[in-house]
Design a protein around this ligand. Structure first.
Ligand SMILES: Cc1ncc(COP(=O)(O)O)c(C=O)c1O
Length: 447
């Protein structure tokens, strides 16, 4: 057994309830949808009759067409390289190198890197902040409208919704704002592939987005790496595959693509009832957590399958809460200084939710203070994103970094958005802010 195999085998032996990705949670219940078992045998390549992802015209194309019908898109393209590949393609489709766009600050690092690769110039707009937890929430359509009105050079709007903590932006209003300015709305919906299957369809394409990416693997029973680029605006259809091919491996994994294909019958027939069950179970757990004194964000619109919890008022920081949950054989998705994020999906059964409720009910009754983060203003930009990402950098203690230019993204949680992105100046105010978040060193350009 190799070292990685051994580590994963030990984790499996621990019998944890998985409140993290991937959405299949390693459960057997999805086996009937997968008419295939032993992975090795099914790991094939573009042989005769098996189609080829970047020239798809056979069975891969048929799978994509069924996804397109399911999500009501103009087209849907498979990615075996996660949403990361779809984000690269989405930005390359809607923008030309050198263009500027309006981007909501809570972006994932994959978007920052894609913007650097494509030499795009983001102008940032801040999301709202949840008053209870200090976490980044939705972006206000009015803010976006104001920014677009004052900056006619902006060629697109890019945002993440749902964000990692479950905040959903008002995509319907945002898409009509974008339409009125004649710019496309691009949505990182990596965490929201399931939104199309809620009783009220909250998927970005259904609400008017031009393009979006879904990490199918995060919330649906699909292998890690399985994602979809959804095209809402048909003007992008003809070039979409070419842009995916620009960044994707020429050897896309057949097991990943097969899992996307296998999930279809479940999504077409069975997910609706499961969706209601998962939302209800998460709501019940949220009620237990609140009763125990945990802090939960109060986003006006939120992902009903997601739980973001802080037990700081009970004297437990994020790692403390995670350690307590692990004693109850629960593994969260994300552990930060003050929070745990738990992702539920139809792969989680009654036993998983029972363990989680029991874990929360047995939280120790201590007392502690929740750290309310200070207000944040955008640092000055000193170099383009592209220049800063490609330049050599070194990590320096904060004191020595003052006056220098950031070489990487720094994104503590809260607020769960970048305090600094590559190319921005570490001035005294930003250094003090980073310090208040317990960050004492930062990568800066070395040029
Ligand atoms: C908000 C967001 N966008 C994009 C990505 C990249 O998705 P993938 O891992 O499917 O490439 C992630 C990954 O965690 C994410 O959290």
């Amino acid at each position: 057994m190799g070292p990685l195999t051994r580590a994963v085998a030990e984790y499996l032996e621990g019998d944890f309830s998985r409140f993290h990705t991937p959405g299949h949670k390693g459960k057997e219940r999805f086996a009937p949808h997968f008419g295939w078992g032993e992975l090795w045998r099914w790991d094939v390549t573009e042989c005769a009759g098996l189609d080829s992802l970047f020239e798809a015209s056979g069975p891969i194309r048929e799978t994509e067409r069924r996804y397109s019908r399911l999500y009501g898109t103009a087209d849907s393209l498979i990615s075996a390289g996660g949403s990361t590949l779809c984000i690269q393609a989405m930005l390359a489709l809607a923008l030309n190198p050198g263009d500027s766009l309006l981007a909501v600050r809570g972006v994932h690092v994959s978007a920052v890197h894609a913007m650097a690769l494509l030499d795009l110039h983001p102008q940032w707009v801040l999301p709202s902040i949840d008053q209870t937890t200090g976490l980044a929430g939705a972006v206000s359509p009015e803010e976006v409208e104001r920014a677009l009105a004052g900056n006619p050079h902006l060629k697109a709007v890019y945002l993440t919704s749902p964000n990692y903590f479950g905040a959903i932006s008002d995509i319907a209003t945002l898409s009509s704002v974008c339409r009125s300015f004649g710019v496309p709305l691009l949505v990182d919906n990596a965490h929201g592939a399931h939104l199309a299957f809620l009783p009220q369809n909250l998927h970005p394409i259904a609400l008017g987005a031009d393009l979006c990416c879904d990490s199918l693997h995060k919330t649906l029973p699909v292998l890690t790496g399985g994602a979809m680029l959804h095209v809402g605006n048909k003007t992008y259809v003809s070039q979409a595959r070419k842009k995916m091919a620009l960044f994707g491996s020429t050897s896309p994994s057949y097991p990943v693509m097969l899992s996307i294909d296998a999930a279809l019958s479940y999504l077409e027939k069975d997910i609706a009832a499961d969706s209601v069950r998962v939302s209800a179970a998460v709501e019940e757990i949220a009620t237990v957590a609140r009763k125990q004194g945990c802090l939960l964000p109060r986003f006006p619109l939120r992902d009903p399958w997601r739980l973001t919890l802080s037990a700081a008022p009970l004297g437990l920081d994020g790692p403390g809460l995670a350690a307590h949950l692990r004693k109850h054989r629960i593994e969260p998705e994300l552990v930060s200084d003050q929070f745990c994020v738990l992702m539920a999906s139809p792969g989680n059964d009654e036993e998983d939710f029972r363990r989680l409720a029991e874990g929360l009910r047995s939280l120790p009754r201590g007392s502690g203070r929740f750290f309310q983060p200070a207000g944040f203003t955008l640092p000055r930009q000193k170099a383009s994103l592209r220049k800063a990402v490609f330049a050599p950098s070194q990590t320096l203690p904060l004191e020595q970094a003052v006056g220098k230019v950031a070489g990487a993204m720094v994104s503590p949680c809260p607020p769960g958005m970048a305090l600094v992105v590559p190319g921005e100046e570490i001035d005294r105010r930003t250094a003090a802010l980073l310090k208040s978040y317990g960050i004492f060193s930062v990568p800066v350009l070395h040029w």
